[in-house]
Design a protein around this ligand. Structure first.
Ligand code: ADP
Length: 431
């Protein structure tokens, strides 16, 4: 950088020329030159001082009467502005990344090539109980699990392992190693307890369905084999055997129907308001009672106490299925001739639907599990009575889709009451 521009040099020369002229005119050239030099030196000092002061904090553009320094300070200022803009952008990105990292539900821990923790996110504190003091400590040792030690040492055959959490009973953790560079790795940890539970529920469900289908299927295959192998079988025997096929076939059909219904209820979205129609509960209960009475010879007394003007906004087919399951159960699990009371009545903040029987009742410890698929209090008894084990699961889903919930009160040997409440918004009064 040149400290003096041409203009500066010319101004200097002009100053000295004036000094020479004035000095010669007054016969004091020495003094004149001395004063000119002093002026020049003071001005240079002032310019340098101003520049130095600005250079310490070059935030604003410098205004200085020196072209060369002005040019230099301008380009320095522009470069600085550019660099500040880049730094601000980078800082914003880092802050955003930090925010994302902190919001991650999974733990993310950076470790060095020795397995020592270099940093970790917020979720690591909750999931792996990591604290600030743990930085620098070996992650494998902190997790106190042999497989985790091997993972941190990069000695596991797979990059992901599953371990029992050392900090919470029955919690399962998945740890995944992600290679980042030569001297840095990322360990991701997440809670897979819920996922595992879902997987095992699915396996149980498939096993249950297979088991439920196998029994009637074995009966059907057995009869068909007998018919096939006995070529000389008379027609009357064959008809008798064919009639025996009806019951297991119906059982399989009921199971498949219930499974399809349940799948539809679970997978379809909650019905929108425009899909809801006012359901006349008197008609609904009458048709259910007719159907159920036709299926049993036990001759129960089914008493109906239904408020006729109160209609339920819902999906008729679904509500019919729920009501039918509850009334069928009441019939199945109560003795011949027993009383069954069906009630639908408005109360202060909505309405209550209830099916009450005086049947076998349910021990208290089973109540919370009744709506699980295939859950039966007395498996052998339920099979004899011909249930699929899916009825109450269907009721639960139907009610959920109608913003309600199934409740049960029961006494062994006294009977059971299955009931639910509907909010006023779900109702329509038809005078
Ligand atoms: P199932 O087809 O076996 O009846 P559900 O899902 O309808 O299946 O009912 C689950 C279990 O709840 C039944 O196996 C039975 O043990 C019990 N249960 C349901 N309703 C009644 C009732 N009204 N009285 C006594 N037990 C009942």
């Amino acid at each position: 950088m040149r400290l003096h521009s041409r203009q500066e040099v010319l101004a200097g020369l002009a100053l000295f020329a004036c000094a020479v002229a004035v000095g010669l005119g007054f016969g004091a050239l020495g003094w004149a030159l001395f004063i000119a030099m002093l002026i020049w030196a003071v001005r240079q000092q002032w310019v340098l001082g101003k520049f130095t002061h600005w250079a310490e904090r070059p935030l604003k553009r410098l205004r200085i009467g020196n072209r060369a320094l002005q040019g230099a300070s301008d380009s320095l200022h522009s470069a600085l502005q550019r660099s500040r803009r880049r730094t601000t952008k980078a800082l914003r990105q880092v802050a955003r990344f930090r925010g994302v990292n902190a919001a991650l539900p999974d733990a993310a821990i950076l470790i060095d090539s020795e397995g020592a923790i270099t940093s970790f996110n917020k979720a690591s504190a909750a999931l792996l109980h990591l604290r600030r003091q743990d930085i620098g400590n070996n992650l494998g040792a902190l997790l106190r699990h042999p497989d985790a030690v091997l993972l941190v040492k990069k000695q596991t055959p797979e990059p992901a392992i599953e371990i029992a959490s050392p900090f919470a009973d029955s919690q399962r953790l998945e740890l995944r190693l992600v290679r980042i560079g030569e001297d840095q790795d990322l360990i991701l940890a997440r809670d897979v307890t819920h996922l595992n539970r879902l997987l095992s529920m699915r396996q149980d469900f498939v096993a249950n369905v297979s088991h439920e289908l196998r029994t009637p299927l074995t009966v059907v295959v057995g009869y068909l084999e007998t018919i096939k192998e006995d070529a000389a079988m008379d027609e009357a025997t064959m008809r008798k055997l064919l009639r025996k096929l009806a019951s297991p076939t119906r059982r399989m059909q009921a199971l498949v129907d219930d499974l399809l219904m349940l799948t539809r209820l679970e997978s379809s979205p909650t019905p929108a308001l425009q899909d809801l129609t006012p359901i006349d509960i008197v008609e609904l209960v009458d048709s259910v009672v007719d159907e159920v009475a036709g299926l049993t010879s036990k001759k129960h007394r089914i008493n109906r106490r239904v408020q006729p003007d109160l209609h339920l906004l819902g999906v008729e087919k679904e509500m019919h299925s729920a009501c039918s399951n509850l009334v069928t159960n009441a019939v199945k699990y109560s003795p011949k001739g027993g009383d069954i009371d069906i009630t639908w009545a408005g109360n202060g903040d909505g309405a209550r639907f209830e099916v009450r029987d005086q049947g076998v009742g349910i021990p208290a410890e089973h109540l919370s599990r009744l709506t699980e698929r295939f859950y039966r209090v007395d498996l052998a008894g339920a099979r004899v009575r011909g249930g699929t084990g899916l009825g109450l699961a269907i009721v639960k889903h139907v009610l959920k889709r109608h913003n309600s919930q199934l409740q049960v009160a029961s006494e062994v040997g006294e009977g059971s009451c299955f009931y639910c409440h509907f909010d006023a918004v779900q109702l329509q009064v038809h005078p």
